[in-house]
Design a protein around this ligand. Structure first.
Ligand code: SAM
Length: 233
């Protein structure tokens, strides 16, 4: 078969500045507001005419950050604890023969005043993700309430999130404090650690919006320790 070449139609601007901490599927962190900026020549109002009538859209995108790692026939889904293997096509792994992702996300707004920008919620996308296509979600054909979900039948277990007094104080100094706090709660509740890691003493850092959030996890509780303005190394 001949290879095919596709051109990104837009770029994601997301609070997730690194892979660590991004929810493993959309909708798990509904506070994650992001925008999709369409690129020329697709950034004309005609391409999105009528889209605002849909509440949700499918995004097809490139796992650009891990593209170079290639793929393997078997993968270890985090939901199976990181040990059991399933076929790549029985998974939503990023390491696929064609590094394409698919996310269903709420569409909050369509702005065509200066190019085209879509406002989205709850997506599981890294900042800078190239988007290849947008399609409206059609509930009467695509919502299947009694479908079987294999090894991901149901939402993942969540952690309790607590904040240290220091972190609560530091939060107030961060831009968009309320939105940031909601996102931190959702991201940490999902337990962002790799499946095989359980080290209660370890302090982790995650880069969300313009902030670096330090936390640790022990006995089913994630504790926010510190929040500071993000400073690149
Ligand atoms: N909903 C999508 C799907 O099923 O195709 C993505 C599922 S994948 C398991 C979700 C993970 O992809 C996120 O937790 C994040 O680590 C990773 N991710 C998101 N954007 C990415 C990008 N642009 N490049 C590489 N990895 C990315």
């Amino acid at each position: 078969m001949q290879p095919y070449t596709f051109t990104p139609i837009g770029l994601i601007h997301s609070p997730f500045k690194e892979k660590f901490g991004i929810p493993r599927q959309p909708a798990l962190a509904q506070s994650a507001r992001m925008t999709l900026e369409l690129l020329p020549p697709f950034n004309q109002p005609d391409t999105v005419r009528g889209l605002e009538a849909f509440s949700h859209v499918w995004l097809q995108f490139v796992f650009h950050d891990t593209l170079a790692r290639g793929w393997s026939p078997l993968v270890r889904p985090p939901r199976l604890g990181g040990n059991a293997k399933v076929g790549v096509f029985a998974s939503r792994s990023t390491h696929r023969p064609n590094a394409l992702g698919l996310s269903l996300v709420p569409l909050l707004g369509v702005d065509t005043r200066n190019g085209v920008t879509l406002t989205l919620a709850g997506a599981d996308l890294l900042d800078g993700t190239p988007v290849l296509d947008i399609k409206p979600y059609i509930p009467f054909v695509e919502a299947i309430p009694d479908a079987r979900g294999g090894f991901v039948d149901g939402p993942p277990p969540t952690l309790v999130v607590r904040w240290s007094a220091v972190a609560q104080q530091q939060l107030a100094a961060q831009p968009g404090a309320a939105e940031l706090a909601a996102l931190i709660d959702e991201v940490l509740a999902q337990d962002p650690r790799p499946a095989y890691q359980d080290d209660p003493g370890r302090v982790y850092g995650v880069h969300l919006y313009h902030s670096n959030v330090r936390f640790r996890i022990a006995d089913g509780v994630a504790e926010v320790l510190e929040i500071a303005a993000f400073a690149p190394n």
